[in-house]
Design a protein around this ligand. Structure first.
Ligand code: NAP
Length: 278
């Protein structure tokens, strides 16, 4: 048995360290390694993986959507989101899962933020936003405003929600302030503020519109404290960065790889400690 993460680029990924630490803590001698797989090379990779004892892998850019038609089965979250981040070989069949959204919800719950009944302003409509928005809806959020620069992507994301709790919105300052004013939770799933991204929010006045006691969750984990979180803290809002989402999606992926439930808080602590040592 061996596990991998595939992508291009992938050698920078933190997943080998996180999974390696969790496997070691479980006393399992199972290798988890990064593997560069270029766009278009997935069929060859799947054949190679099957022949070489790979029983599970995580997928990152650019494969999360391209994998769908190549797999034998999809779990409901992967089907709803239209992307997979975890693939397991089960009785000879490749089965795809998406743990990103559940990881985001677990991160929020771990910080005492139960999404059930909440109105949420979610910024972005890319891969992370899709997983998070649909998981928030499934977790019972009352309404999620999906605010995105490209309106068609926000509309397409909202149309995927079987529960009809997502509403597409724009990304201009006035729209962000209007949505924030109605939300108890603001979630950033854009690249703005991410290390290596040249762009930043033009202004943070939408944070002033959030009601007292609201929380701000930034899916970005590098840097650990984005300018958005710094500005939110400065306004007395509670904040959460993307590290617990990263950790929780990995714990849920490992449960799929091993096909058994794990002590999630204990595994999350092991994974977080591994990240802190990097
Ligand atoms: P993606 O699919 O490329 O989506 C990027 C999103 O950012 C899109 O909605 C895009 O809007 C928006 N955006 C980019 N530049 C913008 C700008 N200048 N102004 C306004 N909006 C802009 O990326 P992704 O995979 O979803 O990742 C998004 C963020 O989430 C990244 O920072 C990543 O680090 C983080 N993330 C965290 C985790 C975790 O486990 N914590 C997991 C996955 C991703 P358009 O649609 O208009 O282009």
């Amino acid at each position: 048995m061996r596990l991998q993460i595939i992508g291009d680029p992938v050698l920078h990924s933190k997943s080998p360290a996180i999974h390696g630490a969790m496997l070691k803590a479980l006393g399992l001698d199972i290798p988890y390694t990064p593997q560069v797989v270029r766009r278009g090379e997935l069929p060859q990779y799947l054949a190679w993986a099957r022949e070489n004892g790979v029983t599970g892998f995580n997928a990152t850019m650019p494969h999360k959507e391209d994998l769908l038609p190549l797999l034998d089965e999809l779990d409901p979250a992967a089907r709803t989101v239209g992307a997979v981040n975890t693939v397991c070989l089960r009785e000879g069949k490749w089965v795809g899962f998406n743990t990103d959204g559940a990881g985001a919800v677990a991160a929020l719950e771990g910080a005492g933020l139960n999404p059930a009944g909440l109105t949420v302003a979610l910024l972005g409509a890319g891969g992370a936003a899709k997983a998070a928005a649909l998981a928030l809806s499934a977790a019972g959020a009352e309404q999620v405003f999906v605010c995105n620069r490209t309106p068609d992507r926000a509309r397409a994301l909202c149309a995927r929600d079987p529960l009809g709790r997502l509403a597409p919105e724009g990304f201009d300052g006035e729209t962000l302030r209007r949505c924030a004013a109605r939300s108890r939770l603001l979630v950033n799933c854009t690249n703005l503020g991410m290390a290596g991204c040249p762009n930043q929010f033009e202004d943070f006045s939408f944070l002033d519109a959030l009601p007292r006691g609201a929380a701000v969750f930034d899916a970005i984990y590098h840097p650990a404290r984005t300018e958005l979180l710094a500005q939110a803290e400065h306004r007395g809002l509670s904040t959460l960065n993307g590290l617990p989402m990263l950790v929780n999606q990995a714990v849920l992926a490992l449960e799929h790889f091993l096909d058994r439930p794990l002590d999630r808080p204990a595994m999350a602590a092991v994974a977080a400690a591994a990240l802190n040592q990097m």
